[in-house]
Design a protein around this ligand. Structure first.
Ligand SMILES: [Zn+2]
Length: 392
């Protein structure tokens, strides 16, 4: 078994954690069924299940059907054993979700507005909402396994800083230090939003796929690469910044300071800027309004969504040619117009990607949608939290 995040090389080899995950996946399940669906011996399963029950992770119930005689004893995960707090910071909103260890959302708050140029003030607002959630039930704080924060920009995994989030206009923000000062007792994890989403897509939507790329198209474009079943992070945690791959000479100026980056040709910001520029009205149309116009077949809006589809195709072809994935999942706000861009963008990909690679690549739009980054962070937190409690 692989550790997707690669946090501890021992995770996958540890039987007790593997058995916990088998129970989670198949619950309710009896000890006998566990033995039948895995390669573990009945004795190993019995030992580890007893330990999981003693630790409070698993409970026994006798609600299963009986074929006469003793009723089978079912095993189930105790959802209140632990909680994962996740914060997905987006350019226009912050989504805070508290999950239990069954990945069920128990609390959720959306902050609709951030202070674009003021990291501290924005964080204070986020902290207030987190405290509000944690105060709803003393158990939440007591059993918090950790806190995962996803951000739409470049991070430094060593310093815990959000180094650069041009669309958010945050630079060198010491996110983890600020969180640590406010919540000193919880383990903290910082990740790029597209990478957190890639983990969620791999874990919850495509567990069988070993080589895939998640492409998050919001105001910018981010990528998360799963290679041989693992998230690739790179030296500083920023592997796969295809959004800043140059796709055109003398193109539009990008926030990163260069010209012609992929995200200037295909992101939501491209659609927003181009539409408002071309319509030549005093009123600024919001992203939402432009998407509605695309749905209503407004000629200019459709023309611009076609350009975005072309731009998206160009970049995806580069991703396919360089990484040869089995699957590309497109997520982010752009999926609102997937029906309008899908065919055209796939045509561009088919023209620009090498046939041999393109023929073996599937393209899908995310079904997890806006949940994905929070879910990915919940996975990271749960993985660390449970492993440390089981003292592996
Ligand atoms: Zn750029």
């Amino acid at each position: 078994m692989n550790s997707l995040y690669g946090t501890s090389k021992d995770i996958g080899e540890n039987n007790i954690y593997a058995i916990f995950k088998l129970i989670y996946k198949n619950q309710p399940i009896t000890r006998k069924e566990l033995a039948n669906t895995s390669s573990y011996s009945a004795a190993t399963i019995s030992n580890h299940v007893n330990h999981l029950i003693e630790m409070g992770f698993v409970t026994e119930s006798k609600k299963g059907s009986s074929t006469g005689g003793r009723k089978p004893v079912n095993l189930e995960i105790i959802s209140e054993k632990g909680y994962m707090l996740t914060i997905n910071i987006e350019v226009d909103q912050v989504n805070i979700k508290l999950f239990n260890i069954k990945y069920e959302i128990v609390e959720e708050i959306i902050i609709e507005e951030l202070y674009k140029n003021d990291v501290s003030r924005s964080l204070i607002k986020i902290f207030q909402e987190i405290k509000r959630i944690l105060n709803h039930n003393p158990r939440f704080k007591e059993k918090l396994l950790g806190t995962g924060i996803s951000v739409p920009g470049l991070i430094n995994k060593e310093s815990g800083k959000l180094v650069f989030a041009p669309n958010l206009t945050w630079e060198n923000a010491p996110i983890l230090d600020e969180f640590k000062a406010e919540f000193p007792d919880t383990p903290l994890f910082l990740e790029n939003e597209a990478k957190a989403s890639a983990i969620a897509e791999k874990t919850f939507a495509y567990p069988e796929i070993e080589n895939m790329v998640f492409i998050s198209v919001n105001q910018g474009i981010g990528c998360g690469i799963i290679f041989n079943g693992k998230l690739i992070r790179g030296a500083t945690g920023n592997c796969g910044e295809y959004g800043h791959l140059k796709v055109t000479e003398n193109g539009r100026r990008c926030h990163c300071g260069r010209q012609g980056c992929w995200e200037t040709e295909a992101s939501e910001l491209f659609i927003y800027n181009k539409f408002n520029q071309e319509i030549r009205e005093e009123k600024k149309y919001s992203q939402e309004e432009i998407y509605n116009l695309i749905a209503e077949n407004h000629p200019l809006a459709v023309e611009i969504s076609n350009l975005a589809a072309d731009g998206l195709g160009k970049g995806v072809a580069n991703v396919i040619n360089s990484l040869n994935p089995e699957l590309i999942v497109i997520g982010g706000g752009i999926i609102r117009i997937k029906e309008h861009i899908s065919e055209r963008f796939k045509q561009v990909v088919s023209r620009q990607a090498l046939d041999l690679l393109w023929n073996s690549t599937e393209i899908a739009f995310s079904d997890l949608g806006k949940e994905s980054a929070n879910l990915g962070m919940a996975w990271i937190v749960r993985e660390h939290g449970i492993i440390s409690q089981l003292k592996l």
